[in-house]
Write a protein that binds this ligand. Structure first.
Ligand SMILES: *Cc1c(COP(=O)(O)O)cnc(C)c1O
Length: 371
């Protein structure tokens, strides 16, 4: 696992290892948490940076019933493989994208009365109706539900809402669930699939489970509340490890500066390892002077600024060119989490994995069939 004393053993690039065994484990853990509900695996944004097609296959193997994406193109990418399960598109689509959705047999979402009419103009489409219960981003108002249902007629196969603060605000979440319950009580939806829960809803709000749950971030073993919210005892397993290698080691003397702006200066003799990862890879510039990475099983502080293509970590004289560097994930007994990286960069874990640039960082799929 960790860098070995034999020197160069890494592939000489920055790459992401995706543990599909962890994805399968997380699907089963979430299903256990929402017994009786179907599971729609949210694989939007290339599965939060983990790779939509391999992650979808793993999730389906573990028992997921359906998939969800945000654009028609993301849905089409799944359909170009052997994937045949229902795929729901969350956003509102204009007519040219609705045509694509129909071609690839995607389920679309009606977000407004105008959106419902656009869907009704293509009778080959199936749709879910999204109801705004307080997030105020997408969805028809509760007062418009009757009209939307009439417009969609037999195309309507589901009804859902989205929780704005299920990771931290009990009161708001209860209020949203009650508003959704009122909509469900006021109208008959036949056999339409009813759903509301994101990862935080699954873990902390049983009343939000309904017929189907929609986990995203928890599928990838990330904590739905970043590092601020409550603890989870689900034993979710992080699925991404981001690795690079030591490309250069040099010795700095007192007063020598490092990287653009020379914002770090050595106070005494220091060994510095140059690692070919920067903000073009998605290793954010906001990590400058704050992050740590693992080299030879130890945490090493980042010196100075992250540049587009490289950054520098403080090491000791034992570190050699070719040693493995773990920027996210475990090495030996140490682990750098996406939650930590998010906190260092002033963002959330979601953005850490989603931001890893696939044009620069190849994904390799470890199929660890753990318990
Ligand atoms: C992204 C998304 C989800 C998944 O949210 P997580 O917090 O990642 O679990 C569920 N539902 C909708 C509508 C979404 O946009």
């Amino acid at each position: 696992m960790s860098g070995t004393a034999s020197g160069v053993r890494t592939p000489g690039r920055t790459w992401a290892e995706i543990d599909l065994g962890a994805v399968r484990h997380n699907v089963r853990a979430l299903e256990h948490r929402a017994p009786g509900a179907r599971l729609m695996a949210v694989v939007k944004a290339d599965a939060y940076g983990h790779g939509a097609v391999p992650v979808s296959r793993a999730a389906l193997e573990a028992g997921a019933d359906a998939l969800a994406v945000v654009t028609a193109e993301e849905g089409a990418e799944l359909r170009r493989t052997e994937i045949r399960v229902p795929v729901l598109v969350f956003t509102d689509l204009l007519p040219d994208r609705l045509r694509l959705a129909e071609e690839y047999r995607l389920i679309v979402t009606a977000h407004s009365l105008a959106s419902a009419r656009r869907v009704a103009a293509r009778p080959g489409l199936e749709a879910h109706l999204k109801v705004n219960t307080g997030m105020n981003r997408w969805g028809v108002e509760p007062s418009e539900v009757g009209e939307a249902r009439r417009i969609l007629g037999s195309q309507l196969k589901g009804v859902y809402t989205h929780l704005a603060s299920a990771d931290r605000d009990e009161g708001e979440t209860r209020r949203q669930i009650s508003a959704f319950d009122e909509v469900l009580a006021a109208h008959s939806f036949g056999g339409a699939l009813v759903h509301a829960a994101n990862s935080a809803g699954i873990l902390w709000h049983r009343r939000s489970h309904y017929d189907c749950v929609r986990p995203g971030v928890a599928l990838y073993g990330l904590h739905p509340a970043g590092d601020e919210g409550r603890a989870t005892d689900e034993g979710l397993r992080p699925a991404m490890v981001l690795k690079s290698y030591v490309a250069d080691v040099r010795r700095l003397e007192a007063g020598d500066g490092v990287s653009y702006g020379l914002t770090f200066r050595a106070g005494s003799t220091t060994f510095a390892a140059t690692v070919p990862v920067g903000y073009a890879e998605g290793y954010r510039r906001a990590l400058s002077g704050r992050a740590e990475a693992l080299i030879r099983g130890e945490r090493r502080p980042l010196l100075g600024r992250v540049t587009m293509d490289a950054c520098v970590f403080e090491v000791d004289g034992s570190v050699e060119v070719g040693d493995e560097v773990v920027l996210l994930g475990g090495q030996g007994d140490e682990r750098v989490t996406a939650e930590e990286l998010g906190a260092w960069a002033g963002t959330i874990n979601y953005e850490v994995t989603t931001g890893v640039n696939p044009r620069r960082v190849e994904r390799s799929y470890e199929d660890v069939r753990g318990p």
